[in-house]
Design a protein around this ligand. Structure first.
Ligand SMILES: C[S@@+](CC[C@H](N)C(=O)[O-])C[C@H]1O[C@@H](n2cnc3c(N)ncnc32)[C@H](O)[C@@H]1O
Length: 94
């Protein structure tokens, strides 16, 4: 098993840098709840935020082996948005 750490915007890594497919993605994004991050604006417009999450879910899907999985951390109150993101990206639930 090999390990690589990409200190970069995950979308760049997922789209341009990661070459080998993966079996599991652990997605722990900012929750867009005005938290004070050093390098991230956690007070995005709702649409902009969920469009970004959809882009990440799409890119992770494209990089996942058949039968692979994604673990998407988010607040319970946003469950429907999370499921919509995942479904649109092609993920299905067991
Ligand atoms: C919820 S925190 C992750 C916490 C981490 N999993 C832990 O357990 O310590 C979300 C992090 O995502 C980073 N982030 C925001 N947008 C990003 C992006 N496009 N690519 C990579 N990281 C990003 C933020 O700066 C923040 O540090």
């Amino acid at each position: 098993m090999k390990y690589e750490i990409y200190n970069d915007n995950c979308l760049n890594a997922l789209k341009d840098k990661m070459l080998s497919k993966v079996d599991l993605t652990f997605l722990d994004p900012p929750f867009n709840q005005q938290k004070d991050y050093a390098f991230h604006n956690d007070n995005m417009e709702e649409k902009e935020y969920w469009d970004m999450m959809a882009d990440v879910c799409h890119s992770a899907y494209d990089l996942t082996n058949k039968g692979g999985a994604i673990y998407f951390m988010q607040r319970e109150k946003n469950t429907e948005f999370v499921l919509t993101c995942l479904r649109k990206a092609g993920w299905t639930s067991l």
